[in-house]
Design a protein around this ligand. Sequence first.
Ligand SMILES: [Zn+2]
Length: 272
Amino acid sequence: MHRYHKSVVGILLVFMFLFIATTMAGTNAVVTEANLEPPTVCPEVPVLNYHKIDTMQIALSVAPEEFDKQMRYLSENGYHTVTPDQLFKALKKGIPLPDKPILITFDDGYEDNYVNAYPILKKYNFTATFFVITDFISHDPRFMTWDQVKEMAESGFTIGSHTVNHVPLTELNADQITTELTVSSQKLEQELGARPRYFAYPTGTYNDEIRHLVQKAGYKMAFTVRYGQADSDSNFYSIERIPIFRTQHTFRSFFIRVKAAPILERLGLIRN
Ligand SMILES: [Zn+2]
């Protein structure tokens, strides 16, 4: 009997030792990992980049029903659209973002953005950002009018600059670049009553000097077409985006790009 008790106590002791050992090993692993990782103040935020929302059979055009399907997917899967201001504050000051934040952007300012995308975005209670080419607005019928841009700005959508003429900035000298940056900013301020704080590079091209000029012109962040997500490692003047194009299987491509970006980024495959 005594002998039996002793072995039970022995077995219990072994179990207790194993339990404590595994718990401590677990704790150690967590502490070690935390020490290796940089402090994260901002979650990874996918920034989607669209151009046209219409039925033209070109890569830049996503059909309205496809766009609706993509927005429905985001809505049903708990994504919350954020503004560039929210992203900026999260990156700069660690101000928390809603769950599953996503920033939706459009480049160039095509008329279909107002006619097709805007009603769909409103239907899902989403917000978005439109980077417009100021000399094309109200001049070229393929692009929006100032009244349309104004209406979206007044509904809480963000309007950013995409320069005056859409010339790739790498083809211009410093004075010409500054003119593109400041004249588009002045025009937006004159039309909308507020200075634009966000900028998107025409054709996505930039270099260190251009980034500096964008900062000097008073913009807080600039967006590229470099594939990736915005996070604490992002440079404010070269924020990554996820371009969404029309393909043979637009929704599947959209889904893969939105879902795969965090994984590819964690693996270090889409930072360069
Ligand atoms: Zn563009």
